[in-house]
Design a protein around this ligand. Structure first.
Ligand SMILES: [Zn+2]
Length: 275
Protein backbone atom coordinates (compact mmCIF):
# COMPACT_ATOMS: atom_id res chain seq x y z
CA UNK A 1 0.00 0.00 0.00
CA UNK A 2 1.44 3.41 -0.85
CA UNK A 3 2.52 5.82 1.90
CA UNK A 4 -0.10 8.34 0.75
CA UNK A 5 -2.88 5.78 1.22
CA UNK A 6 -1.48 4.67 4.62
CA UNK A 7 -1.58 8.30 5.77
CA UNK A 8 -5.38 8.24 5.46
CA UNK A 9 -5.67 5.42 8.00
CA UNK A 10 -5.96 5.33 11.76
CA UNK A 11 -5.73 2.48 14.22
CA UNK A 12 -9.12 0.75 14.58
CA UNK A 13 -8.40 0.11 18.27
CA UNK A 14 -7.06 3.40 19.65
CA UNK A 15 -7.54 5.84 16.75
CA UNK A 16 -3.85 6.82 16.49
CA UNK A 17 -2.24 7.28 13.06
CA UNK A 18 0.18 4.59 11.90
CA UNK A 19 2.87 3.66 9.42
CA UNK A 20 4.34 0.63 7.67
CA UNK A 21 7.09 -1.13 9.67
CA UNK A 22 9.18 -4.35 9.55
CA UNK A 23 10.06 -3.93 5.85
CA UNK A 24 6.45 -3.16 5.01
CA UNK A 25 5.06 -6.34 6.54
CA UNK A 26 2.90 -4.64 9.17
CA UNK A 27 0.92 -1.47 9.76
CA UNK A 28 1.83 -0.26 13.26
CA UNK A 29 -0.04 2.46 15.08
CA UNK A 30 1.86 5.24 16.84
CA UNK A 31 -0.33 5.13 19.98
CA UNK A 32 1.17 4.02 23.34
CA UNK A 33 0.00 0.41 22.80
CA UNK A 34 1.61 0.13 19.31
CA UNK A 35 -1.18 -1.99 17.80
CA UNK A 36 0.03 -3.99 14.80
CA UNK A 37 -1.80 -5.32 11.75
CA UNK A 38 -0.26 -7.66 9.17
CA UNK A 39 -0.52 -6.95 5.47
CA UNK A 40 -2.05 -9.93 3.66
CA UNK A 41 -0.23 -11.63 0.80
CA UNK A 42 -2.32 -9.70 -1.69
CA UNK A 43 -1.51 -6.45 0.13
CA UNK A 44 -4.67 -5.49 2.01
CA UNK A 45 -5.07 -4.81 5.75
CA UNK A 46 -7.71 -6.32 7.99
CA UNK A 47 -8.70 -3.38 10.21
CA UNK A 48 -11.92 -4.88 11.42
CA UNK A 49 -12.57 -5.68 15.08
CA UNK A 50 -12.22 -9.47 15.31
CA UNK A 51 -15.24 -11.52 14.42
CA UNK A 52 -16.84 -8.99 12.09
CA UNK A 53 -14.79 -9.60 8.94
CA UNK A 54 -16.33 -11.94 6.43
CA UNK A 55 -19.90 -10.84 7.01
CA UNK A 56 -19.96 -9.35 3.50
CA UNK A 57 -20.19 -11.14 0.17
CA UNK A 58 -19.07 -14.72 -0.26
CA UNK A 59 -16.37 -15.79 -2.69
CA UNK A 60 -18.81 -17.17 -5.29
CA UNK A 61 -20.80 -13.92 -5.36
CA UNK A 62 -17.58 -11.93 -5.73
CA UNK A 63 -16.48 -14.06 -8.69
CA UNK A 64 -19.81 -13.69 -10.50
CA UNK A 65 -19.96 -9.95 -9.92
CA UNK A 66 -16.35 -9.36 -10.99
CA UNK A 67 -16.93 -11.25 -14.23
CA UNK A 68 -19.99 -9.14 -14.96
CA UNK A 69 -18.43 -5.79 -14.04
CA UNK A 70 -15.14 -6.48 -15.80
CA UNK A 71 -17.10 -7.11 -19.02
CA UNK A 72 -17.84 -3.35 -18.83
CA UNK A 73 -21.66 -3.32 -18.57
CA UNK A 74 -21.59 -0.72 -15.77
CA UNK A 75 -18.66 1.23 -17.13
CA UNK A 76 -20.85 4.32 -17.79
CA UNK A 77 -21.35 4.64 -14.02
CA UNK A 78 -17.63 4.26 -13.36
CA UNK A 79 -16.83 6.91 -15.98
CA UNK A 80 -19.44 9.28 -14.56
CA UNK A 81 -18.03 8.94 -11.02
CA UNK A 82 -14.47 9.50 -12.26
CA UNK A 83 -15.65 12.55 -14.21
CA UNK A 84 -17.27 13.97 -11.06
CA UNK A 85 -14.11 13.37 -9.01
CA UNK A 86 -12.13 15.28 -11.66
CA UNK A 87 -14.62 18.11 -11.74
CA UNK A 88 -14.70 18.40 -7.94
CA UNK A 89 -10.88 18.28 -7.75
CA UNK A 90 -10.97 15.29 -5.39
CA UNK A 91 -7.57 13.67 -4.86
CA UNK A 92 -7.91 11.74 -1.57
CA UNK A 93 -10.88 9.42 -2.02
CA UNK A 94 -12.53 6.60 -0.08
CA UNK A 95 -14.72 4.06 -1.86
CA UNK A 96 -16.95 3.00 1.04
CA UNK A 97 -18.41 -0.46 0.46
CA UNK A 98 -16.12 -1.10 -2.52
CA UNK A 99 -16.92 -4.82 -2.90
CA UNK A 100 -14.50 -6.42 -5.36
CA UNK A 101 -12.99 -3.03 -6.23
CA UNK A 102 -14.03 -2.63 -9.87
CA UNK A 103 -14.92 1.05 -9.48
CA UNK A 104 -12.13 1.66 -6.94
CA UNK A 105 -9.30 0.44 -9.16
CA UNK A 106 -10.69 2.48 -12.05
CA UNK A 107 -10.74 5.68 -9.96
CA UNK A 108 -7.24 5.22 -8.53
CA UNK A 109 -4.78 6.30 -11.23
CA UNK A 110 -3.73 9.89 -10.46
CA UNK A 111 -5.48 9.91 -7.07
CA UNK A 112 -4.94 8.58 -3.54
CA UNK A 113 -7.68 5.98 -3.28
CA UNK A 114 -8.68 3.67 -0.44
CA UNK A 115 -11.38 0.98 -0.73
CA UNK A 116 -13.14 -0.41 2.36
CA UNK A 117 -15.53 -3.33 2.64
CA UNK A 118 -16.45 -6.06 5.13
CA UNK A 119 -16.15 -8.86 2.57
CA UNK A 120 -12.78 -10.60 2.78
CA UNK A 121 -13.14 -12.30 -0.66
CA UNK A 122 -14.18 -8.93 -2.11
CA UNK A 123 -11.18 -7.08 -0.64
CA UNK A 124 -8.81 -9.91 -1.59
CA UNK A 125 -9.97 -9.74 -5.22
CA UNK A 126 -9.70 -5.94 -5.19
CA UNK A 127 -6.14 -5.99 -3.77
CA UNK A 128 -5.01 -8.64 -6.27
CA UNK A 129 -6.39 -6.58 -9.13
CA UNK A 130 -4.60 -3.47 -7.79
CA UNK A 131 -1.33 -5.42 -7.66
CA UNK A 132 -1.76 -6.87 -11.16
CA UNK A 133 -2.75 -3.60 -12.82
CA UNK A 134 -0.65 -1.25 -10.69
CA UNK A 135 -3.71 0.94 -10.06
CA UNK A 136 -2.27 2.27 -6.79
CA UNK A 137 -5.49 1.79 -4.80
CA UNK A 138 -5.18 0.44 -1.25
CA UNK A 139 -7.75 -1.84 0.38
CA UNK A 140 -8.88 -2.55 3.93
CA UNK A 141 -11.42 -4.87 5.49
CA UNK A 142 -13.51 -2.50 7.57
CA UNK A 143 -17.10 -1.67 8.43
CA UNK A 144 -18.58 1.52 7.00
CA UNK A 145 -20.06 2.73 10.27
CA UNK A 146 -16.68 2.70 12.10
CA UNK A 147 -14.10 3.49 9.42
CA UNK A 148 -10.37 3.21 10.27
CA UNK A 149 -9.85 6.58 8.59
CA UNK A 150 -8.55 9.79 10.18
CA UNK A 151 -10.88 12.73 10.79
CA UNK A 152 -11.20 15.14 7.85
CA UNK A 153 -8.68 13.13 5.80
CA UNK A 154 -10.63 12.94 2.53
CA UNK A 155 -11.69 15.17 -0.35
CA UNK A 156 -14.43 12.74 -1.34
CA UNK A 157 -16.26 9.63 -0.22
CA UNK A 158 -17.83 7.49 -2.94
CA UNK A 159 -20.68 5.14 -2.04
CA UNK A 160 -21.95 2.94 -4.89
CA UNK A 161 -24.78 0.48 -4.27
CA UNK A 162 -23.74 0.46 -0.62
CA UNK A 163 -25.28 1.53 2.68
CA UNK A 164 -24.93 5.24 3.47
CA UNK A 165 -23.18 5.93 6.79
CA UNK A 166 -23.89 9.67 6.76
CA UNK A 167 -22.44 10.56 10.14
CA UNK A 168 -19.24 8.58 9.64
CA UNK A 169 -18.78 9.97 6.11
CA UNK A 170 -19.12 13.50 7.53
CA UNK A 171 -16.38 12.72 10.06
CA UNK A 172 -13.81 11.52 7.51
CA UNK A 173 -14.49 14.30 4.95
CA UNK A 174 -12.55 17.53 5.13
CA UNK A 175 -14.64 20.71 5.38
CA UNK A 176 -15.90 21.37 1.84
CA UNK A 177 -15.39 17.69 0.88
CA UNK A 178 -17.93 15.74 -1.17
CA UNK A 179 -19.98 12.58 -0.91
CA UNK A 180 -20.88 10.94 -4.22
CA UNK A 181 -23.68 8.47 -3.69
CA UNK A 182 -25.11 6.28 -6.44
CA UNK A 183 -27.67 3.54 -6.63
CA UNK A 184 -30.35 2.03 -8.81
CA UNK A 185 -32.67 4.47 -10.57
CA UNK A 186 -36.36 3.66 -10.97
CA UNK A 187 -35.96 1.98 -14.39
CA UNK A 188 -32.73 0.13 -13.50
CA UNK A 189 -32.85 -3.45 -14.85
CA UNK A 190 -36.45 -3.11 -15.99
CA UNK A 191 -35.67 -5.45 -18.93
CA UNK A 192 -34.56 -8.12 -16.47
CA UNK A 193 -37.72 -7.66 -14.41
CA UNK A 194 -39.89 -7.91 -17.56
CA UNK A 195 -38.54 -11.43 -18.03
CA UNK A 196 -39.04 -12.40 -14.39
CA UNK A 197 -42.37 -10.84 -13.58
CA UNK A 198 -45.73 -10.41 -15.31
CA UNK A 199 -46.11 -6.91 -13.89
CA UNK A 200 -42.67 -5.43 -13.29
CA UNK A 201 -42.69 -2.45 -10.95
CA UNK A 202 -40.36 0.56 -10.88
CA UNK A 203 -37.69 0.71 -8.18
CA UNK A 204 -38.53 2.90 -5.18
CA UNK A 205 -36.29 5.86 -4.32
CA UNK A 206 -33.75 5.33 -1.54
CA UNK A 207 -34.56 6.33 1.99
CA UNK A 208 -31.09 6.46 3.52
CA UNK A 209 -29.91 9.77 2.06
CA UNK A 210 -27.64 11.57 4.53
CA UNK A 211 -28.96 14.44 6.65
CA UNK A 212 -25.55 15.50 7.95
CA UNK A 213 -24.42 16.84 4.55
CA UNK A 214 -25.76 19.44 2.17
CA UNK A 215 -27.23 18.21 -1.16
CA UNK A 216 -25.63 20.00 -4.12
CA UNK A 217 -26.54 18.01 -7.19
CA UNK A 218 -28.52 15.08 -8.51
CA UNK A 219 -27.95 13.39 -11.87
CA UNK A 220 -29.49 10.48 -13.68
CA UNK A 221 -27.67 8.20 -16.01
CA UNK A 222 -29.82 6.07 -18.32
CA UNK A 223 -28.46 3.60 -20.84
CA UNK A 224 -29.42 0.32 -22.50
CA UNK A 225 -27.14 -2.70 -22.45
CA UNK A 226 -27.29 -6.10 -24.06
CA UNK A 227 -25.98 -8.74 -21.69
CA UNK A 228 -24.64 -11.70 -23.69
CA UNK A 229 -24.41 -15.30 -22.56
CA UNK A 230 -26.37 -17.17 -19.90
CA UNK A 231 -23.44 -16.97 -17.46
CA UNK A 232 -23.34 -13.18 -17.55
CA UNK A 233 -27.13 -12.99 -17.27
CA UNK A 234 -27.00 -15.26 -14.22
CA UNK A 235 -24.20 -13.13 -12.74
CA UNK A 236 -26.26 -9.97 -13.19
CA UNK A 237 -29.27 -11.65 -11.63
CA UNK A 238 -27.20 -12.75 -8.61
CA UNK A 239 -26.24 -9.09 -7.98
CA UNK A 240 -29.85 -7.99 -7.62
CA UNK A 241 -32.25 -8.11 -4.68
CA UNK A 242 -34.62 -10.19 -6.89
CA UNK A 243 -32.19 -13.10 -6.63
CA UNK A 244 -33.44 -13.78 -3.11
CA UNK A 245 -37.16 -13.46 -3.79
CA UNK A 246 -37.82 -14.97 -7.23
CA UNK A 247 -39.54 -18.33 -7.58
CA UNK A 248 -37.85 -21.22 -9.42
CA UNK A 249 -40.53 -21.05 -12.15
CA UNK A 250 -39.93 -17.34 -12.78
CA UNK A 251 -36.18 -17.88 -12.64
CA UNK A 252 -36.43 -20.60 -15.32
CA UNK A 253 -37.61 -17.99 -17.84
CA UNK A 254 -34.36 -16.12 -17.34
CA UNK A 255 -32.24 -19.28 -17.57
CA UNK A 256 -33.52 -19.92 -21.10
CA UNK A 257 -32.12 -16.64 -22.47
CA UNK A 258 -28.71 -16.18 -24.17
CA UNK A 259 -29.17 -12.48 -24.55
CA UNK A 260 -30.89 -9.88 -22.43
CA UNK A 261 -31.49 -6.28 -23.37
CA UNK A 262 -32.22 -4.04 -20.41
CA UNK A 263 -32.25 -0.46 -19.27
CA UNK A 264 -29.63 0.46 -16.72
CA UNK A 265 -30.33 3.60 -14.73
CA UNK A 266 -28.28 5.09 -11.96
CA UNK A 267 -29.24 7.94 -9.64
CA UNK A 268 -26.16 9.91 -8.64
CA UNK A 269 -26.34 12.30 -5.69
CA UNK A 270 -23.61 14.75 -4.71
CA UNK A 271 -23.44 16.12 -1.15
CA UNK A 272 -21.05 18.57 0.43
CA UNK A 273 -19.73 18.93 3.94
CA UNK A 274 -20.04 22.52 5.22
CA UNK A 275 -17.07 24.52 6.51
ZN1 LIG B 1 -3.57 1.66 18.22
Amino acid sequence: MTTSVLELLRCPVCGAPGRAEQQGRVFACLGPRRHCFDFSRSGYLNLCPSGKAGSGDAREAVRARSAFLEAGYYRPLSDAVNGLLDELGAVRVLDAGCGEGYYTNRMAPGRVVLGADLSRPGIDHAAKTAKRTGSGAGFVIAGLFALPVRDAALDAVVSLFAPCAGQEFARVLRPGGYLILAGAGERHLLGLKRVLYDRPYLNPGREDLPRQLEPVRREQLLDTVTVRGSEQIAALFSMTPYYWRTSAADRARLDRLDELETEIQFDIFVYRKGH
